[in-house]
Write a protein that binds this ligand. Structure first.
Ligand code: IMP
Ligand code: MG
Length: 187
């Protein structure tokens, strides 16, 4: 099956332009895991994935981690009443169940845009007094940032394209596509 067939026919197929191959994502993930293995060697770390988009990257990443002892958990953040003009408010719709007090926490994101969702979550988990908090993100739209969020581990910096695939969606489509495509708006 052609991967692009996973997009619905209501989306014009040539709007999706091939951008990053799964092989490149695999190399990026390996290099991130290598740094994490070094930095947390012999320690414990709690990986917290931000649902839903991060679950594919989380799965790739965890298989390459062998330095530290790893625990995993997930949260879901929702942006409510978000429109083109208004960024809306962030809501935590599903919280972690693991105790992170005095633990090393590594937040796992697939992409950071304005940083607002992560800022909200950082403020939230700081209340549990973890030993350390760092962020690993597969993609970073660093030029879009409106709040002060600095991921320690960055896979690839991209411009302001809207990308889909490998866990990232457009209206829930495309998460199951292996490669990354960018959305080309018809002019
Ligand atoms: P932020 O709060 O503006 O940083 O929003 C980050 C979240 O928006 C990400 O975790 C994604 O869920 C979503 N997002 C941002 N850019 C993209 C994109 O290009 N494709 C798919 N989802 C995106
Ligand atoms: Mg996300």
């Amino acid at each position: 099956m052609n991967e692009s067939q996973k997009f619905p026919s209501s989306f014009i197929s040539n709007q999706f332009v091939p951008y990053i191959k799964a092989e490149e994502i695999d190399q990026i993930t390996s290099s991130l895991a290598e740094q994490i293995n070094q930095d947390y060697k012999g320690e414990e770390v709690v990986l917290i994935g931000i649902l839903k988009g991060s679950f594919v990257f989380m799965s790739d990443l965890i298989k390459k981690i062998h330095g530290p002892l790893v625990y995993i958990d997930f949260v879901e953040l929702e942006s409510i009443e978000r429109t083109k003009e208004n960024k809306g408010t962030i809501r935590l719709s599903y919280d972690i169940n693991i105790n992170i007090s005095n633990k090393n926490v590594l937040i796992v994101e697939e992409i950071i845009d304005t940083g607002r969702a992560l800022k909200f979550f950082m403020d939230h988990i700081k209340l549990s007094k973890p030993k350390s908090i760092e962020i690993v993100t597969l993609f970073d739209k660093a030029y879009q940032r409106t709040v002060d969020i600095k991921p320690k581990y960055i896979g690839k910096k991209i411009q302001n394209e809207f990308i889909v695939g490998h866990g990232l969606d457009l209206e829930n489509y495309g998460r199951n596509v292996n490669d990354i495509y960018y959305l080309k708006y018809p002019n």
